[in-house]
Design a binder for this molecule. Sequence first.
Ligand code: SF4
Ligand code: SF4
Length: 412
Amino acid sequence: MTWPSNTPKPVSDEQWDDWQRRFAESDAAAGFEVARDFVPFNQMNDMFTRAFWDPSVKSKHTDGFFASYRMEAAPRRGAGFSQKDFALRNAAWSLSDIISDRAAATGLREGFQGPIANDTPVAPMQADLNEPADETREIKALAKLFGADLVGVTEIDERWHYSHRPDVRDMTPTENVLPEGITHVIVMGHAMDFDLVETYPSALAGASTGREYSHEASISIGLAAYIRNLGYQAVASMNDTALVIPYAIKAGLGEYGRNQMVLTPEFGPRVRFSKIFTNLPLMADAPRKLGMSAYCNDCTVCADACPPKALPHGAPDAGPDSVSTQKSVKKWSADCEKCFGYWAKIKTDCAICMRVCPFNRRGGRMDDLWRKLALGQLMGAHGPAIARWWEAKKGKRARLKPADWWADLGRQ
Ligand code: SF4
Ligand code: SF4
């Protein structure tokens, strides 16, 4: 089922030519293949939004899933699903919830289905700035001062902006607009806690996601306020407004993986991203060829481990015929209906495909050695095959028992 206004409008030749002129070179560097029939994605069609309006998705399970994040926790038997596990997960989401709830009466779910509103105005006078390269270095250092783990900068690319977002009062489509004149996007990465992620799937593990959304809210609001105080526009954004994956890749933070996540050299897929849309004069980073997507070509660990078998085993392609799939971009695509159906069933987010990915490592000496092999920085072209052999020899990565996570708490 689709809303009548979800029908995408074809892109004009003039618009397409403009995109080619601006992005063909960096698309090639990033490995993006975008076909001529591409149209920007309508956020009405993402799985979380569909769960509110599409009867083919909405069910007592999806209603129960969302309710479980709002104190109607559903403790049950099963390790990692006790009242304490749900309590920690929901507490970790607290700051993010405060931001996303505060303007709901106006139809905006800030940070998820609409950008975070400017709490402070743009200063009337513009500060004296450094040259863009120096200003960019400074902004990146400040992003880290506020708490970001990774930072990159890229140019505005409206292809990845949602054509519409939902008005959350009645879940109808509404325009998705940013202030005029935005030129750059600052993309920030937020590393999830290694040990909590080891307990996926569990309500406890969801605390690793909630903690980073709360961090995203705090860090992006702080850095955006700094930029507005310099006299420049800055809109803080989490999952809203635009697809963050292409932006993170263009900003040089990582490569696309079979598990549909950005794989970063530092944390593998164990990272979430926020962004700031700004007109501050900055210098864009270049996408990087790191060898992680290439490793995925010969690895199916995530797809093999996915309980509902939602991830593809083959080469990148057009993906399943679903309104929730971004069409006309060649890539690995999950079967979103199967994936979210599993989340709704277990009443918490699942990230087994993040946990089992061999690039998700703690970061010790042997982990660094494995990573260098996998990326071909050691043993050249033989490195990835040796890394795969080493990983296979270790066998399946076992889930950390939630009871052991609680038992270790405060003892390390
Ligand atoms: S999140 Fe879970 S259900 Fe979804 S693709 Fe990953 S492993 Fe599969
Ligand atoms: S598990 Fe393997 S295939 Fe999946 S994202 Fe990680 S490296 Fe790529």
